[in-house]
Design a protein around this ligand. Structure first.
Ligand code: SF4
Length: 430
């Protein structure tokens, strides 16, 4: 597991930013190191307001230079305030990244690129204390053979490679032996799993094998791509008892011209048909998507098409991001980032406002229903966990329930989560 260490000096903003960064990195599966000596990545939140503070930053950098000489794989990142970036680059060539303020990409996003981390796949509630090991990500396939114009993955992670089913099975059995109840199978383009193996294996076949693992309660997978999402996979989700009715479909835009500029390789109607197939088999299937607003050249009518598509498809969850060019991508080198930042913000707000209404309506349908929840941890003094359809549920109980499957009756609904009470005799499995 990759270990990180964050050293912070200066104002409260640096302190808050470094705390948020630590939380984000833990969600990506990194763990806090004891100190810089055993860290794989060290982030310095720098301050140059006073000479004394800047001197301490330089002192840290000199110490890190020695450590990096002994452990060359260690990454060093400087964030926060830096006085003269060209000078710092010249003085400290061993620093892997200076994430200067004022850039569109957050320090976290730039670290994700630098460390080649897997896409985020789990969002925890505020102040969550996750019990480690209950739900674990398992990489089954790496790289991507596609060439979406905004994406750095094909150049950083190379072509598609699948891990053989026996290797994945071994890892999952090992996790279950240590107490894991749910695995999330990870890939950039998960339906391509197994196409490079000989003999070829389909994702639906891997799911069938994993469905037999004794002690495993739930299986999820992401990220999906509609072109390779066959009927066999729809059947596997609908029929295999451990595979959750939860599908992530990152459509990115609701406009076909925009999708062509992104070089996504599908049109909106491909998604429409796939969603119809999924809902025909599983009316309550949980669907999430990703949207980019403000991609180069995005017109008002293209943006409106995205809103129209979201209103029609009614996803449970929409992850929306403002476009920002990733160095080294086609869109960064060949397209003008021509949608003003204020306009990107407005479009982001449009999507969030619409999605809040849709999610409120969808979640209201859960009121009074009983759902089974895998308990993952606590947040603000209550338990939280997820339904099979990936709804976040909070409830109170004094019982030790981490890692248990429980029945919860939903008593209140919000756009981003549900609240409930434990049903009598609610523990389903342990
Ligand atoms: S966005 Fe996804 S499908 Fe497109 S190149 Fe990147 S990883 Fe591949």
């Amino acid at each position: 597991m990759t270990a990180f260490h964050i050293w912070t000096i200066g104002c409260q903003m640096n302190v808050a930013d470094s705390r948020r960064l630590a939380e984000s990195l833990e969600k990506y599966g990194l763990e806090a190191a004891q100190g810089p000596h055993d860290a794989d990545v060290v982030v310095l939140y720098s301050c140059v307001v006073r000479q004394q503070a800047e001197d301490r930053v330089h002192g840290q950098l000199h110490a890190l230079q020695q450590m990096k000489a002994a452990r060359p794989h260690m990454k060093v990142v400087v964030a926060g305030c830096v006085s003269d970036i060209p000078d710092w680059r010249h003085r400290y060539p061993f620093v892997d990244l200076i994430a200067e303020p004022g850039q569109d990409l957050t320090v976290r996003d730039r670290l994700v690129d630098l460390l080649d981390l897997s896409e985020r796949y789990r969002f925890d509630p505020e102040q969550a204390v996750r019990v480690p090991g209950i739900s674990e990500g398992v990489t089954i396939h790496q790289g991507c053979n596609r060439s979406c114009t905004y994406c750095i993955v094909p150049s950083t992670r190379g072509g598609e490679r699948s891990r053989p089913p026996a290797v994945v099975l071994d890892e999952v059995r090992g996790l279950v032996a240590r107490g894991t109840k749910e695995v999330v199978l990870l890939s950039q383009i998960v339906e391509r799993y197994g196409r490079d193996l000989r003999p070829r294996v389909l994702l639906s076949e891997l799911l069938s094998l994993l469905d037999e693992v004794e002690g495993l309660e739930r299986i999820r997978f992401l990220t999906s791509y509609p072109g390779d999402f066959g009927r066999d996979l729809v059947d596997a989700i609908a029929e295999l008892p451990r595979v959750c009715e939860d599908v992530n479909l990152p459509i990115q835009s609701g406009d076909d011209d925009m999708l062509r500029r992104m070089k996504r390789g599908y049109v909106v109607d491909n998604y429409r048909q796939l969603i119809q197939r999924l809902r025909a088999r599983m009316p309550d299937v949980g669907l999430s998507t990703d949207i980019i607003v403000g991609f180069p050249g995005e017109t008002e009518s293209e943006h409106q098409h995205t809103l129209d598509m979201l209103a029609e498809f009614r996803f449970d969850v929409v992850h929306v991001a403002m476009y920002s060019p990733r160095p080294g991508t086609v869109s960064a080198t060949q397209m003008d980032d021509d949608v003003p930042r204020e306009e990107k913000r407005r479009r982001l707000h449009d999507v969030e406002t619409l999605q809040k209404r849709i999610a409120t309506e969808i979640n209201a349908g859960y009121l009074g229903r009983s759902v089974d929840v895998l308990v993952e941890g606590t947040a603000k003094g209550r338990w939280y966990g997820r339904t099979r359809t990936n709804k976040l549920v909070h409830f109170a109980s004094d019982e030790p329930l981490a890692g248990r499957l429980v029945d919860v009756e939903i008593t209140a609904t919000e756009p981003w989560y549900l609240e409930g009470q434990l049903e009598p005799a609610a523990v389903l499995a342990c």
